[in-house]
Design a binder for this molecule. Structure first.
Ligand SMILES: [Ca+2]
Ligand SMILES: [Ca+2]
Length: 237
């Protein structure tokens, strides 16, 4: 560097630009960052320019690094009660996924992926780490899997198990309040005055005894239910 400009290290401006004065001569400029490599050589942990002859002034120098696996992916799956088997269109729809710092109540991120008819969902762009992951659908209790390890540049697969149905008001407990809403809509179908779609737990367009049975099977439960734990099986009623 020129003696008139010896800021080292230096930082970029808001546009990512960085510049400095040098004494006349021949230079290479090298860039490196932990976890990154040269785009055309994964074995080389840096990238650098060709030899630059200074002067003249060199501007718009661009040094690219390939930084793979900066984030991780979670491929999750859940099972629904009362809506047939995996592949049923009633399984598809919005989910709420919360990632907590493992072992704490610190919420790192809340995402709302759309689950498939098979109950699978994907969350991408997560910083690698260990998380307690909680999954909820609006009419079910949540399920939680603890200490799920997400690794940079790869996808982690996690089954959460059956989401207990019956949380009509979406507060993660199944109580008399949920029952009251269901009762108020009992016997009504989509389109009728007073019909409350939240109480249609099996998503068949009518609030009836099937919905009541689902709610009754899980009555008194609260989420999150730990992934893998058994819950009241509505299908047994
Ligand atoms: Ca509730
Ligand atoms: Ca129904």
């Amino acid at each position: 560097m020129s003696s008139a400009n010896t800021r080292n290290p230096d930082t970029t401006d808001a546009q990512g630009h960085l510049g400095w004065d040098v004494a006349p001569g021949f230079y290479k400029v090298r860039a490196e960052k932990t976890g990154c490599t040269a785009p055309n050589n994964p074995a080389q942990a840096f990238n650098e320019t060709a030899v630059l002859s200074i002067p003249p002034l060199v501007v718009d120098l661009e040094i690219r690094l390939n930084c793979p696996g900066g984030t991780s992916t979670l491929n999750g799956s859940v099972v629904f009660q009362g809506k047939g088997v995996a592949g049923d269109a009633r399984w598809a729809g919005p989910l709420s996924v919360q990632l907590f710092q493992a072992g704490t109540s610190t919420l790192v991120t809340l995402v709302k992926p759309t689950g498939s008819a098979n109950g699978t969902f994907t969350v991408t762009g997560i910083a690698p780490g260990s998380y307690d992951v909680e999954v909820k659908q609006a009419q079910t209790l949540s399920r939680r899997a603890n200490a799920v390890v997400l690794t940079a540049g790869s996808a982690t697969t996690q089954s959460f198990g059956t989401l207990p149905a019956g949380d009509v008001d979406n507060n993660n407990t199944i109580t008399i309040i949920d029952f009251s809403i269901l009762r108020a809509s009992f016997g009504l179908s989509d389109g009728q005055t007073g019909y409350d779609a939240r109480a249609d737990l099996n998503k068949n367009g009518t609030v009836d005894v099937l919905d009541f049975s689902l709610l009754r099977a899980n009555f008194g439960l609260a989420g999150p239910v730990v992934a893998g734990a058994a819950v009241g099986a509505a299908s047994a009623r």
